[in-house]
Design a protein around this ligand. Structure first.
Ligand code: ADP
Length: 253
C-alpha cells in the first residue's frame, strides 16, 4: 500500500512516502502557513517518487500544524508517530527523547512501539530548538554551526533558565571577552540538563533514542549523554522520525 506521512512542525515540515520497501523524503520550512507547507511536501514527494496522487491510499499527518491540514485522511499525535518510527528503526529502544523547534518530550515505549507514558515541555522555550536558534543568532552563527563550534573543556555554565535572560547573559559573556566555544558548550549543557531532569522524572530505561531536529546537534547529544549517564542513539534521519511513524501507519493500515 502506498502511504504518505507528514509532520508539520513549528520550524520544518517533513514528509515521507512509502511504497513497499521504497521510501522518499522531503523537507520544507513551515513558514506562516502549515497548509501550504503540507501541500508543498505532497507535491515534492510525488515528484521525487514518480507516484501519481490517485495511487496514494492514505495521507496521515502529525505535528503542531496537523489540525490546519484538511487534506489528510487522519491526524495522529506526535507521541504515537515518534514511537512507531523508532520501533521500526530500533526495536530495542525503551525511552525516546524528542527535542523539536518548540517543545521537548520524553516517551517511554514498550514492545512494537506501544506508548507506556510520556512527559512534555511545551510551556517554555528553554530546552527546545527555539532556545538554540535564539542563542545562535546572538552569537552570530547559524544553528547548524553550534555542534561543531562548542568547546566542552572550556564549558561556561549558563545560569539563566529563561530564554530572554539567557540571551542577555550570553551578550554579557561575549562583551567580557569569553570565547564562543565555551559559551556554546554551556548552552548545550543547559538544554541537556533541562531535558534530562524531565527524563529522570519519567524514569529512563535503556536503550535511549534521541529524535527531532535538535538531535542533529552533536553538542546537545554529548551534553544529554553526560546528564542522563548513558548513550543515546541518533538516526541519520532523526528529524524525520515523526513523519516516518505517520508514513508507516498510513502505508500499513
Ligand atoms: P519542529 O518539528 O518543531 O519543526 P524539528 O524537529 O524539525 O522541529 O527541529 C527543529 C530544530 O532543530 C531547530 O529549532 C534547530 O534547533 C534544530 N536544527 C535543525 N536543523 C539543524 C541542523 N542542521 N543542525 C543543528 N540543529 C538543527
Amino acid at each position: 500500500m502506498i502511504g504518505i506521512g507528514i509532520d508539520i512542525g513549528s520550524v520544518a515540515t517533513k514528509g515521507i512516502i512509502i511504497n513497499g520497501d521504497k521510501q522518499c523524503r522531503a523537507m520544507v520550512p513551515t513558514g506562516w502557513s502549515p497548509r501550504d507547507a503540507g501541500q508543498a511536501i505532497i507535491d515534492q514527494l510525488l515528484d521525487l517518487s514518480g507516484i501519481e496522487r490517485q495511487e496514494v491510499e492514505h495521507i496521515f499527518v502529525t505535528g503542531y500544524g496537523r489540525v490546519a491540514f484538511e487534506q489528510a485522511d487522519k491526524t495522529i499525535t506526535e507521541i504515537k508517530c515518534h514511537a512507531r518510527g523508532i520501533a521500526e528503526l530500533y526495536p530495542e529502544v525503551r525511552t525516546i527523547i524528542d527535542i523539536g523547534g518548540q517543545d521537548s518530550k520524553v516517551i517511554r515505549v514498550g514492545e512494537e512501539g506501544r506508548v507506556l507514558d510520556f512527559a512534555m515541555n511545551d510551556k517554555c522555550a528553554a530546552g527546545t530548538g527555539r532556545f538554540l536558534q535564539v542563542m545562535a543568532t546572538a552569537l552570530g552563527l547559524d544553528v547548524s554551526e553550534l555542534g561543531q563550534s562548542e568547546e566542552p573543556a572550556r564549558n561556561l555554565s549558563i545560569s539563566s533558565m529563561c530564554t530572554v535572560f539567557a540571551e542577555s547573559e550570553i551578550i554579557g559573556l561575549l562583551a567580557r571577552g569569553n570565547d564562543k566555544g565555551g559559551i556554546i558548550a554551556g548552552l548545550h549543557q543547559s538544554v541537556g540538563k533541562r531535558v534530562a531532569a524531565m527524563a529522570r522524572r519519567m524514569g529512563i530505561k535503556e536503550q535511549v533514542a534521541f529524535t527531532g531536529g535538535v538531535a542533529i546537534n552533536l553538542g546537545v547529544k554529548r551534553a544529554l549523554e553526560e546528564e542522563i549517564g548513558c548513550m543515546v542513539i541518533v538516526s541519520e534521519a532523526c528529524q524525520y522520525t515523526g513523519a516516518l511513524g505517520a508514513a508507516l501507519l498510513a502505508s500499513q493500515l
